[in-house]
Design a protein around this ligand. Structure first.
Ligand code: M6R
Length: 366
């Protein structure tokens, strides 16, 4: 049942080239220059005309929502708010018939997310879902939605569901952008061509498993870890930190790299591993200066970099190279090595990777 892997989590991490491809099968045609999501077809106009979109979710799915916020705002210019479902539902949110609320949930059973949706529905909003489990409560209560098609996820730590959620959000953003005319044809073509190449690039990262295991050995006894990213990679930092803390029980925090100087920098000493997503692209130079700030305080840098980036290689204690891709798609690649490092660290610490203490796969209590 674990397909020869020692744990479900490892199996599910390795399934990602396939699960991402399954997610865009029939929804993406590079030759024809087309994207579409059958499940939300009837809502395409409404989405394109939306004044704002609210995403509600918990945990890893909330991180996917944050990636979605960057994608939607950048590609469609529609303002997006991403809310923790639990916070949203308990503060009488301002919401009307004009709003579109998108719930993101692997299980489709998370109590807070379901309750948030019902609240939005009562206020007359259109409610859409991005779920993995077919026929789940959230998928039944929504007006429409798109499944992630990642296949069953057994490990409590969400891995392939996250990349599939981000894939659906990318397809949604592209569809809306197309309908709104907010994206140049050449940019649209470039992004979908790159999206189609993502599964193969994920495989290339998975091939680096041995190197990732070596890095994990060095940091397995850490008591704390920081994860830094900027822009669309900031949610990747949050997700990296969550993955480490929930399965290895090492205290970890994700931060937007530039926020470091507003507090967390005080924590940095030679004992502190700092994971930095430092891929080439918009904020590259800024991230390089954040790395220098960490080095100046003797922190250890583990950098996720674009293949062939000699500059950061020279500064980092360890680096993981990932293939070059379009800026919008970096989360789909940068997440992978962080998942594997968390996995290896947890295994080396003797933790129960698939069933961490105090956690349930779907949180159906409020
Ligand atoms: O099933 P859902 O996506 O609604 O679950 C939300 C969270 O409980 C879930 O993502 C949780 O944070 C995972 N353990 C993260 O790995």
């Amino acid at each position: 049942e674990k397909g020869g892997y020692e744990h479900f989590m490892l199996k599910e991490i390795h399934e990602q080239p396939r699960s991402i491809r399954d997610c865009f099968r029939g929804r993406l045609n590079v030759e024809k220059g087309w994207v579409g999501l059958g499940g939300i077809k009837d809502y395409e106009k409404q989405l394109a005309n939306a004044k704002r979109i609210i995403m509600v979710a918990c945990g890893t799915s909330w991180h996917a929502g944050l990636v979605g916020e960057y994608l939607f705002e950048e590609l469609t210019r529609i303002p997006v708010e991403v809310e923790y479902a639990s916070e949203f539902r308990y503060r009488n949110p301002i919401i009307s018939e004009e709003d579109i609320v998108i719930a993101i949930s692997q299980s489709g059973e998370t109590a807070d997310t379901l309750a948030a949706l019902n609240l939005a529905k009562d206020k007359g909003a259109t409610i859409l879902g991005i779920c993995n489990v077919v026929g789940s409560s959230i998928s039944r209560v929504t007006d429409a939605g798109s499944y992630t098609h990642a296949g069953p996820e057994i490990g409590v730590a969400s891995t392939k569901a996250f990349t599939a959620q981000v894939t659906v959000l990318t397809l949604m953003a592209l569809t809306i952008a197309r309908n709104k005319g907010t994206l140049k044809e050449s940019d649209f073509r470039r992004i979908i061509t790159e999206l189609d190449l993502i599964p193969e690039k994920v495989s290339r990262i998975l091939d680096k498993n041995e190197k990732l295991e070596e890095i994990s050995k060095v940091y397995k006894d850490a008591s704390n870890a920081l994860y830094l990213g900027r822009g669309i990679s900031f949610p990747v930092a949050l997700e990296g930190a969550l993955k480490l803390k929930e399965i290895s029980y090492i205290h970890a925090e994700g931060y937007p790299a530039a926020e470091m100087k507003h507090g967390p920098i005080a924590l940095i000493d030679e004992e502190m591993p700092v994971f930095v997503i430092a891929t080439k692209g918009t904020s590259y130079e800024k991230v390089v200066s954040n790395i220098q700030e960490v080095k100046a305080r003797k922190g250890k840098i583990i950098a996720v970099i674009t293949e062939g980036d000699e500059q950061v290689k020279g500064m980092a204690d360890h680096y993981i190279e990932i293939p070059e891709t379009d800026d919008h798609l970096v989360p789909l690649l940068a997440t992978i090595p962080l998942q594997l490092i968390s996995y290896h660290v947890a295994v080396m610490r003797g933790a129960n990777v698939d069933q961490p203490r105090n956690l349930a796969k779907s949180v159906t209590v409020e």
